[in-house]
Ligand binder design. Sequence first.
Ligand SMILES: NC(=O)C1=CN([C@@H]2O[C@H](COP(=O)(O)OP(=O)(O)OC[C@H]3O[C@@H](n4cnc5c(N)ncnc54)[C@H](O)[C@@H]3O)[C@@H](O)[C@H]2O)C=CC1
Ligand SMILES: N[C@@H](CC=O)C(=O)O
Length: 817
Amino acid sequence: MQVLKFGGTSVATPKNIELIRKILDEKTANSPVVVVVSAFGGITTLLLECGKQAAGGDENYSKPLAEITQRHIQMVKSLIGLKNQGKTLSKIRILLNELEDIYRGIYLIRELSPKTIDRILSFGEIASSTIINDAFQDKGYNCRLANCQELIKTNSQYTRAQLKKEETYKRIRKHFRESEASVTFAPGFIGSDDEGNTTTLGRGGSDFTAAIFAAALKVKQLEIWTDVSGMMTADPRIVRSAYVIRQITYEEAMELSHFGAKVIYPPTIQPVMEHDIPVLIKNTFHKDDPGTIITRDVPAGEDRLIRGLSSISNIALLNFSGSGMIGVPEYSHRFFKALSAASVNVILITQASSEHSICVGISMDDAKNARQAIESEFQVELHASRIDPLLIEENLSIVALVGSSMKEQVGVSGKMFSTLGQNGVNIKAIAQGSSEKNISVVIESNEVKKALNSLHESFFLSDKKKLNLFIIGVGNVGKAFLSQIKKQRSYLSKYHHVDLCVAALANSKKMYFESSGISLSNWERDLKEKGSKMNLKKFLEEMDTMNLRNSIFIDNTADEMIANCYEDVLKMSISVVTPNKIACTQSIEKFISLKKTGLRYKSKFLYETNVGAGLPVISTLSDLIKSGDEINRIEAVLSGSLNFIFNNYNGERPFAEIVKQAMSEGYTEPDPRIDLSGIDVKRKILILIRESVINMEMEDITTIGFIPETCMNAPTVDAFLSSLLDHEDHFRALYQKADKSGKKLKYVASFNKGKAETGIRMIERGHPFYQLEGKDNIVTFNTRRYPEQPLVIKGAGAGADVTASGIFADIMRIANS
Ligand SMILES: NC(=O)C1=CN([C@@H]2O[C@H](COP(=O)(O)OP(=O)(O)OC[C@H]3O[C@@H](n4cnc5c(N)ncnc54)[C@H](O)[C@@H]3O)[C@@H](O)[C@H]2O)C=CC1
Ligand SMILES: N[C@@H](CC=O)C(=O)O
């Protein structure tokens, strides 16, 4: 004998019932089958709705009733051939007439008692099982309909009747001893009491019916056929990477179900648990999917520390505290008694060992009742300030890790808390029972998605890390960065287990968000056509609302407004990576504050490309300092564009032409005046000085400029370029002076004995800077450990590709952190 149960969605349409037929064809080849069915999908809700409307005196109750009638008649007509239709139609019409009479009665007396609710709800399963049984008979199956009101005996606790187990099991066994049917269809959810009144078995009742049959008949396995392929590691609507758990224990299944995995309702598996009967969860719509098997133990090898993640929303946290509570046992007794008397269900309890407070999680729907109950119970103590006014926090959720194997495993909660902490998820309360099968935390509801995803990644996909990138600036550097991501993505996923997801893109005109990842093949078109008007405030709000784990904000602009928002971004526990030098060169207070904010909110602030583009200048310096070295002197050529310009200018082509070439090759700042004025170099040396833990400001650095003041005063970039052309003689003279003495012009930055200088210099042959080619940079560090021969870093110091690769390196630093 086999027992299978098909839920409401599985029997909702004739097409679905055809799928059930295919499943039963395979099953009946082995042994007889009991098929427990639910009401057709949506009918139970309509039946109840209709009853409520009738009880409320609303004549429109006839509308849901008409829908109920129409659905059932339609099912008969679609499932049963013309020859046999009439018989079934008359059975259904009799049931419908009875139902109509009951609703009429409810309408007249304006009362819907639990007993009547059971009567009307029973229609759903009785009608569905009757129609399905007749449909299979019509197709020639040897099938029979079981009368569950006769077989399943309960007490008279209507709407959640208690099973009379022994009597029920006896009746079921007798029924099947006498039955020769290959398939027995049985309506789920219903039974009857000693007076023969219809009862229902409460929430999840059809699963319960199936479990009762399975236990009574001591079958090898109970199969619950539903619309998902088993119990999943997390809710797939929230965690895309969730997957089906192959095997799980009864207890874990109950924990997960309690916390929202609605695949089965825990009490329903009690009868099969008693007899150690495994429960197989299968998908009617993908019958070949292996599903989830629920057993007492999970064999070794199938073991995983955590079996699944779950969450319950709509939680309120009551904080009951007061100095008068310490060491007085009576307080907790009275607290819980008051809640119980007010029918407030307590979902989670924590009490710190100081005994100064008790914190309980309840449904938000119960919060008002709970407050009234506690305030009335502790009226006197509140008045005497022995306890504090009750604090209730709302809009919270519980997120739980579930797994029997957690028991006595060190580090699980540590991993849970650090994962949440790294993603900026604040934990308001924690609970772990001594059974160690469940660790629950209470968090803000708007953090649930991020919490579940980051926990899932850390416990189930520990070999993969997904980074969500929010990118502002898709110009020269930004574009190169996106094309590097596109090219490297599959390599990084395969060999470094890092998945890069571009969750947002923006330029000065448009912004575009896609939490599942923007396609990098069409991003330009999508940004232009699907993007909305760029608005920094809205960009930040949207990024905050999306609340994705491992988020990184990447600023590829040279914009001050954007640099000014890093502090807010870091406070969202979102890391910042940027080639934009503005934030690091604002006042030292602001710079230090950014670093502190990053530390406090566990978000990284990385800006390797601020100096030397893709060259590892800042990371090398930072390593020196962290390891205890001290900087004595820095000498550097830090401008790629100026080096390019001086290397290419020899008085033949105009200086302005060479500047334009540096611009078009992507070496200059968006505004080339920042390079030519020396501001860019000043910023870079300041960053190196600050990285050496020496406080300095931009104004403390002396600069020897070489651009005539009239050029610098030009109002626009174009005016600046034509002004350079007007001063060609000035540049030629500069060049010739150096050339005549066998020297080269270089724009040098230095820091020595607490003083920093930048400016143009004539470099003699033999100096390490003399041979510096193209757009290269060179940085030399004389330190306590490198006193004579400096540590030298040299290479291309400007250009979109090298800069993008430096941004990439920062991203990978975060991935690996
Ligand atoms: N080009 C290079 O070799 C290096 C550049 N950098 C830095 O990289 C950054 C970007 O440089 P490029 O790509 O050359 O500049 P770019 O001018 O080519 O691109 C800037 C991008 O930022 C966007 N943008 C500007 N203001 C914006 C705002 N308020 N809101 C939204 N988007 C805005 C623009 O629309 C554009 O997409 C600069 O901070 C620069 O200092 C750093 C190292 C080397
Ligand atoms: N414009 C800079 C490049 C970015 O830092 C330079 O010329 O070096």
